[in-house]
Ligand binder design. Sequence first.
Ligand SMILES: C[S@@+](CC[C@H](N)C(=O)[O-])C[C@H]1O[C@@H](n2cnc3c(N)ncnc32)[C@H](O)[C@@H]1O
Length: 300
Amino acid sequence: MTTSTTFASVSALVRRETSMVYDEGKEYLVEARLNPLAAARGLGLEEYVARLALDAEERRKVIDALTINETSWFRDHTPYQAFTEAMVPALLERRAAARRLRIWSAACSSGQEAYSIAMLLDQHLPAGWSYEIVATDISTAMLDRVRAGRYSQVEVNRGLPATSLVRYFTREGRDWEIAERLRQRVTVKHLNLAAPYAGLGTFDVVWLRNVLIYFDATTKADILRRMLPMVADDGYLLLGSSETTLDMPADLAAAWQREQIGRVPTYRRAPVRTFLSGPTPPTGTTSPSLTSPSLTSTGA
Ligand SMILES: C[S@@+](CC[C@H](N)C(=O)[O-])C[C@H]1O[C@@H](n2cnc3c(N)ncnc32)[C@H](O)[C@@H]1O
């Protein structure tokens, strides 16, 4: 059994390094996931946790072990339908001069989201167009998996249509490997969503799905604020099916205009407005910049 001190120490470490909230009640998860790491070092859990402060490599393993990486191909289906039926056709018109799309899979886990998008772009972009998908996550173990592009039979059984399996994968032993031409389109980067997003550029569509649920309201608001300049003026933000901007401070909720595409809520940057009458953003959040819409309005 974990002592409360050990659990509090792990919970603080996870909070500090990822901003994820590990509340009391998750002791079983900490034990199940960290006991094997402790055993591999020949230590009991408490001694192992006590030594983490001095061992960055072991802390990285702990973060890898405690992130929740649940994902599947074409997860929830409807966002992918909205992507191909509405967003891509609109972007084909708006980007006719550049003929290039940039997509961000912002908590990509083992890569099913990024590669699902790649398969759709492979099918729906006309000849002469190119695209880049930037796949980021805080877990280095997950990023290695995205780079490898290799999936077990159990994993491909979760949401991947048989036609896509045949078209885009080859059998490698007991696993399936994604086609090299799709892998080349995916740029893999380590990124903590709770830290600055320097040097990423802007994106036509940001997929920020099923990750905000792990953060507290302040971190979630901070991330949504810093996402504003990451999405092109005419681009889209997609959240998970249980995630929304509606529970955010009014100025932030208004800065993300909700636009329903079929059954899928998408979020677009509200038009730029004047800063003159706006409230001061809460302490600890990013100030509105000239590249982001004003956060002053209370109605979209
Ligand atoms: C449940 S998965 C979601 C995967 C995918 N977006 C989907 O919807 O299927 C959540 C991912 O968020 C990542 N994550 C957790 N905290 C993070 C942070 N602070 N920065 C970046 N990624 C984080 C985890 O490592 C995990 O891979």
